[in-house]
Design a protein around this ligand. Structure first.
Ligand SMILES: Cc1cc2nc3c(=O)[nH]c(=O)nc-3n(C[C@H](O)[C@H](O)[C@H](O)COP(=O)(O)OP(=O)(O)OC[C@H]3O[C@@H](n4cnc5c(N)ncnc54)[C@H](O)[C@@H]3O)c2cc1C
Length: 469
């Protein structure tokens, strides 16, 4: 299908939107709409014609019916913390903000489920359920800012994926509004459910291209009573990677195993203007363990420490109380901010490989960095093979930067694919990776996926310009 032609947002459309959500929730002033013209993806921008803040599934439905009639693109938006341009309107039209739908509707302790609206900040769900002794494990590093609706749409991950999985592993039920305006409910407070196709998992990770999610039921588990963090420096990344494989081969599954290369630690030091422990080490592992008793966690800690020492760990810091643990994680959480401060123009990739291939991936990325003469700093999730690769423009001339980024992207993807991996582990395809989708999926899979989108959205009004080339 060729690119459809779209209608324009004229005074009649604005009047229709105001009737649906009220005057105060329709934004047209360019300055007020500025925050809605980008997300956290460097260099991706798109001007909405209007921003509408919906408050209910019924309002979302009415907005879709109007948009269908007038053939106006609709781009759903949570907090705009995405890293692939998904919430940025590629073709103008309506930005549909879910930020006002931010109520935690129920914490059901008997069924271990929480029901939320899509605009709830993910960290607020953590606090609310943890106060009841319950646990929602998915923890994107952006959790104090991003929304659960955005997490569902992106299939977001986070450091705890190694032990507890990612967003998709916790979604049991969804209410969603189809581009036709129909409201559907899929699943419920059910741990088991094989009734028909698994529409829930089709919507999770669909990047706001199939439907707008308006209610989410998430599975909870009991909150582990004890958590310990361990920071371990290594002289060589290969040693750190071998330690990770060895820990897991010893049947210990840490909650998180994060790695940071020296360049990322040094960037954080420059941002914080104070020393970060073991800053001379080539690689750091930040390992989190949890359990229900001190004895059980200490037994795991002993094995982890032994395995790290066996692979040349130079030292180690253990943190048991909350403030010390937060200090250890501060360096990891500040990496993106510190790199952006050093080079406001940068490009981030999010490739994933089988865990055991991570050292080869990092070696290959260093070779790509040398070959193209671009500084690249990597960090990420050693426990699940997901690496955040940051190419920094520094003082390269604009023209050289624009020429080199696509070459870097293609080389990094080729490398990850050659190791049995893929081109994005948690940030999504969005607009920044769509030109490369065919490197990862064959034409049959792309045609099948486009066919699915056309069933949901034959007129392609929902988030056009995303995922597909
Ligand atoms: C510093 C930083 C750290 C990060 N760390 C992680 C990490 O550890 N793991 C990780 O996975 N990601 C991470 N991210 C990326 C980002 O936080 C996630 O992708 C998050 O899920 C985005 O949520 P959001 O509410 O900001 O969504 P937005 O950016 O607003 O939207 C993201 C996508 O979801 C769609 N969407 C939003 N709400 C809905 C809805 N209700 N229904 C349908 N579609 C919707 C949008 O159209 C868009 O395609 C990080 C980002 C930053 C800036």
């Amino acid at each position: 299908m060729d690119t459809p032609s779209y209608g324009t947002v004229d005074e009649a459309v604005l009047a229709g939107l105001r009737t649906i959500v009220g005057d105060a929730r329709v934004l047209v002033d360019r300055d007020v709409m500025e925050p809605y013209s980008h997300d956290e993806t460097v260099g991706v921008r798109g001007q909405p014609d209007v921003v509408v803040r919906a408050d209910s599934a019924e309002q979302v439905s009415a907005i879709f019916r109007l948009a269908q009639r007038e053939r106006i693109p609709v781009t759903p938006r949570g907090a705009g913390y995405g890293l692939s341009g998904g919430a940025v309107p590629a073709l103008g039209g309506i930005v549909l903000s879910l930020e006002k739908m931010n109520r935690i509707l129920e914490i059901d302790k008997a069924n271990l489920m929480v029901t939320v609206e899509p605009g709830v900040i993910t960290g607020d769900i953590h606090h609310a359920v943890e106060a009841e002794g319950l646990f929602y494990p998915p923890d994107p590093a952006s959790l104090d800012s991003c929304t659960i609706g955005g997490n569902v749409a992106e299939g977001a991950g986070g450091p705890r994926a190694v032990k507890y999985g990612v967003t998709k592993d916790y979604v049991c039920g969804l209410e969603a509004v189809l581009p036709s305006g129909e409201i559907i409910e899929a699943g419920g407070k059910l741990v088991k459910n094989v009734t028909g196709y698994n529409l829930i998992q089709l919507l999770v990770g669909s990047e706001g291209t199939l439907a707008v999610v308006t209610k989410i039921i998430l599975r909870l588990i009991p909150l582990p009573k004890v958590q310990v963090d361990l920071l371990v420096p290594f002289a060589k990344f290969q040693d750190a990677a071998d330690a990770v494989s060895d820990i897991i081969a010893h049947r210990i599954l840490p909650t998180a195993i994060e790695f940071m290369e020296r360049d990322s630690i040094l960037a954080v030091e420059r941002l914080l203007q104070r020393d970060v422990p073991f800053h001379d080490a080539e690689a750091h592992l930040l390992i989190q363990l949890d359990g229900n008793t001190d004895e059980a966690v200490d037994a795991d800690l002993e094995v982890v420490s032994e395995r790290c020492l066996a692979h040349g760990a130079q030292d180690g810091l253990v943190a048991r109380d909350r403030p010390t643990r937060d200090r250890l994680w501060e360096a990891r959480r500040k990496i993106i901010e510190s790199l952006r401060r050093e080079s406001p123009i940068s490009h981030m990739e999010d490739v994933v490989v089988p865990r055991a291939a991570i050292a080869v991936l990092l070696g290959g990325i260093r070779e790509i960095s040398r070959r193209h003469g671009v500084r690249i700093v990597s960090f990420g999730h050693a426990g699940d093979g997901n690496v955040h690769v940051n190419a920094l423009k520094d003082d390269l001339p604009e023209a050289r930067w624009s020429d080199v980024v696509p070459l870097l992207q293609a080389d990094i993807y080729r490398l990850a694919l050659s190791l049995g991996g893929t081109i994005t582990g948690e940030h999504g395809i969005g607009s920044t990776r769509r030109a490369y989708l065919s490197m990862a999926l064959d034409r049959h899979q792309i045609a099948l996926q486009q066919g699915i989108r056309d069933v949901f959205d034959p007129n392609r009004i929902l988030n056009p310009g995303k995922i597909f080339p």
